[in-house]
Design a protein around this ligand. Structure first.
Ligand code: GDP
Ligand code: MG
Length: 436
């Protein structure tokens, strides 16, 4: 496979095991893709993998470990780091300690409230009081009461009271008189972020000064979870995140995106509807989940998998014959749009990775480049030499670009071809590109 070729080419060139721009490009791309598959926001995944590349470059590869395996370790460490490193704290000081629960409707607030009460009672020896502050749905109070009964924990409610703030402050008195040392306030949510909901929770917050404000989010909502988290954090400045429904087929990427976006620790993860399925959040475990590291070898294989081999072969051949044209370039752009940036892609071409570092092709220029190529006739795409001055004016105009932009691109393209030609002449390039 191309990946094996790359590896052996790399070993022969370097003679020593190091991660280089050359052998890292495909791996980084695959990691990025794996992250996006795991619901990590694309921009975050990209920034993250850029950091990975930086960390990885120059790291020594121990004999028995392939660059791929080393990459996995670097990625895992970085994920753990990004998610806060170690498990975070949970503040239950005070009499009573006050925990405010917020989040969208259906995210799992009420279920989590019950689980948390059960957790604090059985694992921490505290005496919780659950507070039903969801005043909009009559069934909400009953739901909490049923859970409370199940776990033997009292529920405070005022079915006639339509003032959630008053209920919360009354509950503090109730807790003191009944010797409960931790209050868990379950609030109302809406289906989407909504001003009235935010105001209400914010008012409860100022009235009761919670020890912890936990934002509950359904991990199945993937990337939406990030936007919701941001909206709640902007308004409530919450102290931690609870990820629910991890028993579903989510891969947990929301965990990474949320932490990255709002910079608040994930404190609990919840899976299943039973009251004893609450876990303290361990970044290490989540990193393994995101990477799907149950079987490390599969990941290594995945990380080293290459883009379509037939296409790569075709491309190699064209490069070898110095026939790389605009059509090829455009196809590569399509690939790039799907997976990464142009340097990654060029970096996959053996021998090119290092040289491409100095060429200035930014991701932003892609769109312009695509427009320029689209404005060329098929003949022009296949034969760059056809592009004369008069044609240039037409192409630029058709793409809605300045002539200078077209000229800059044509020059870059020439440089690239020149470089490819040089690579073809060098023994190193030949080795990398292989022979028929
Ligand atoms: P709330 O509107 O935020 O209070 O959400 P609920 O606690 O009422 O939960 C909404 C639905 O999701 C209910 O059917 C719960 O049983 C379910 N649910 C809550 N947490 C989990 C979980 O961790 N896993 C699964 N599978 N379902 C959950
Ligand atoms: Mg509820």
């Amino acid at each position: 496979s191309l990946s094996e070729k790359l590896e052996s080419a790399f070993k022969q060139i370097k003679g020593e095991g190091r991660i280089t721009e050359l052998n890292i490009a495909a791996t980084v791309k695959d990691i990025r893709r794996a992250l996006v598959d795991a619901d990590v926001n694309y921009k975050i995944a990209k920034e993250f993998t850029d950091k990975i590349r930086e960390t990885a470059l120059g790291q020594k590869v121990i004999n028995a470990v392939s660059p791929g395996q080393l990459m996995v370790k670097i990625v895992k460490d970085e994920l753990v780091d990004l998610m806060g490193g170690t498990e975070s704290t949970f503040n239950t000081k005070g009499n009573p300690a006050i925990i405010l629960i917020a989040g969208l409707q259906g995210s799992g607030k009420t279920t989590f409230s019950g689980k948390l009460a059960n957790f604090l009672k059985t694992k921490k020896g505290l005496s919780p009081l659950l507070v039903a502050a969801d005043i909009y749905r009559p069934a909400a109070i009953d739901q909490l009461k049923v859970l409370g009964e199940q776990i033997g924990i009292d529920v405070y409610s005022e079915p006639e009271n339509k003032d959630a703030v008053a209920i919360a402050t009354n509950a503090i008195k109730e807790a003191r008189s009944k010797n409960k040392n931790v209050l868990i306030i379950d609030t109302a949510g809406r289906l989407a972020v909504d001003e009235a909901m935010m105001t209400e929770v914010a008012n409860i917050k100022s009235a009761v000064s919670p020890n912890e404000i936990l934002f509950v989010v359904d991990s199945m909502t993937g990337q939406d979870a990030v936007n919701t988290a941001k909206a709640f954090n902007d308004r409530l400045d919450f102290s931690g995140v609870v990820l629910t429904k991890l028993d579903g087929d989510t891969r947990g990427g929301a965990a990474l995106s949320i932490k990255y976006t709002v910079n608040k620790p994930i404190k609990f993860v919840s899976s299943g509807e039973k009251m004893d399925t609450l876990d303290v959040f361990y970044p290490e475990r989540m990193a393994q989940r995101i990477l799907g590291m149950g079987d490390i070898t599969t990941l290594v294989e995945k990380a080293q998998a290459q883009f379509d081999e037939a296409q790569a072969k075709k491309l190699e051949k064209k490069i070898r014959k110095n026939q790389f044209d605009f059509e090829d370039f455009k196809q590569q752009l399509e690939q790039i749009k799907k997976m990464g940036n142009i340097k990654d892609l060029l970096g996959m071409i053996p021998g090119v990775g290092k040289a491409v570092k100095d060429i200035d092709i930014s991701d932003d220029s892609f769109k312009g480049i695509e427009a320029l190529i689209n404005s060329m006739t098929p003949q022009e795409r296949n034969n760059p030499d056809l592009i004369t001055a008069s044609r240039k004016a037409r192409i630029a105009k058709g793409a809605g670009k300045e002539l200078t932009e077209l000229n800059a691109f044509l020059k870059q393209f020439e440089q690239m071809k020149e470089m490819m030609k040089m690579m073809n002449k060098m023994p190193m390039g030949r080795m990398g590109l292989g022979r028929k």
